[in-house]
Design a binder for this molecule. Structure first.
Ligand SMILES: CC(C)(COP(=O)(O)OP(=O)(O)OC[C@H]1O[C@@H](n2cnc3c(N)ncnc32)[C@H](O)[C@@H]1OP(=O)(O)O)[C@@H](O)C(=O)NCCC(=O)NCCS
Length: 367
């Protein structure tokens, strides 16, 4: 009997309308379009005027339409995010209510930029075990909340957005074949955001000197390349596949040079790699489902193709999933769900951030 595996049958993406271009960043910090493009491959990213659940809701509605499903058909909802709008209830429960997905168990998952591959591993394992039949997996981020838009070392890298995929149990040879997940908490000191969480006194005023991202980009870069290479090799080994069997790689979009270095070490030609980093920057847990959505829209996914996801991020965490694509490469239907419009500029949206961190930089203690 063919084993039941989790196959993607729907997908969706939501990007907020306001762009943060390299030219905008040149007005905020000592940087240049040339430096950013050469070192990262990024040209612009989006800054959200709404909350993370709003982004997730639109991506989810588009994925449901694409799958031809009703919210009540979903029995598992996993929302991967490192920027929840609040922590209780989970944002997944907010979303479950908004969608009317009343039959779904719902929880948030935080594995930073590896959130979507972790969530895919969880959802596919639960489907294989018979605990769930149809899982809505979403990566959604409002990362600009964690940034300091006076600090060129990190504020150029990240953007906001959401992507969603619906996994269904199928016994037709398609679906997720293998997953690899890992973490190194000790090395996690390279990227720490103390902004969201209970640490500290209840009455302590927010302080721009301490309530800011600690980020060692070079350290993370090295771990990322080695981490994703090892994770991909273990995943393919477990699935009994070689690198040459892979038709399409959808990597986490952290830095073009990280993706290129990883693919070079693996021997994956760049023609097989999906890239949207130029338009979106690093959207953490949202980056893989957003890039997957783009690959489907561009007709790059074929029925029966072997598709690989791989990611690396804060924690530190890493992971990969390899799957045989099913028969669906066109959406069943489209949704007219969209975000509310805004007339705010990117400078309006980042004004509070820049005002909060300005005293820290005036004090001359640059990071
Ligand atoms: C952050 C990152 C782009 C920096 O690229 P890099 O090639 O490693 O650059 P370096 O850190 O060596 O910095 C080189 C110089 O550029 C400067 N620089 C850093 N950011 C800059 C910017 N935005 N514009 C101009 N110069 C910048 C540095 O100050 C440094 O100057 P110095 O040599 O005088 O000290 C890269 O390391 C990276 O992508 N890291 C991983 C990203 C990550 O962790 N993402 C999240 C997890 S997935």
């Amino acid at each position: 009997m063919t084993k039941t595996r989790a196959t993607i049958i729907g997908w969706g993406k939501c990007v907020p309308p306001v762009k943060l271009t390299n030219a905008d960043l040149e007005q905020m910090v000592d940087t240049s379009d040339q430096w950013i493009v050469e070192r990262t491959g990024m040209h612009e990213r989006r800054i959200s005027h709404v909350e993370v659940t709003d982004l997730a809701e639109v991506a989810a509605k588009r994925a449901l339409a694409s799958a031809g499903l009703e919210p009540t058909d979903i029995d598992l909802l996993v929302l991967a995010t490192v920027t929840p709008e609040i922590t209780l209830p989970s944002n997944a429960c907010f979303l479950q209510e908004r969608l009317g997905a009343v039959n779904a168990a719902a929880f948030d998952l935080n594995a930073a930029c590896s959130g979507f591959v972790y969530s895919t591993a969880v959802a596919s394992s639960m489907i294989e075990a018979g605990i769930a039949q149809r899982a809505l997996v979403i990566g959604a981020e409002k990362l600009h909340f964690l940034m300091d838009y006076h600090d060129r070392n990190h504020c150029i890298l990240f953007g906001d957005g959401a992507g969603a995929a619906i996994y269904e149990g199928r016994a037709d040879g398609s679906g997720v074949l293998a997953n690899d997940l890992g973490a190194d908490g000790k090395a996690g000191q390279a990227m720490v955001s103390p902004v969201l969480g209970t640490r500290g006194q209840l009455d302590r005023p927010r302080d721009p000197a301490s309530d800011r991202l600690h980020f060692e980009g070079k350290t993370v870069f090295k771990h990322a390349v080695r981490g994703m290479e090892g994770s991909v090799r273990r995943t393919l080994d477990e699935a009994g596949l070689s690198v040459d069997d892979v038709d399409l790689v959808v990597p986490h979009q952290a830095n073009f040079r990280i993706i290129e270095a990883t693919c070079n070490r693996l021997g994956v030609p760049m023609e097989k790699v999906v890239l949207n980093i130029a338009d979106h920057g690093n959207t953490s847990a949202a980056s893989i489902p957003m890039a997957l959505n783009d690959a489907l829209t561009d007709g790059r996914v074929r029925p029966g193709a072997t598709v690989l996801f791989t990611a690396f991020g804060g924690g530190l965490t890493w992971g990969s999933n390899v799957m045989v694509w099913g028969d669906r490469i066109e959406p069943v239907a489209t949704s007219d769900a969209d975000l509310p419009p805004t007339d705010k500029t990117v400078f309006d949206l980042l004004e509070t951030n820049r005002a909060f961190f300005a005293p820290f930089h005036k004090a001359g203690s640059d990071s």
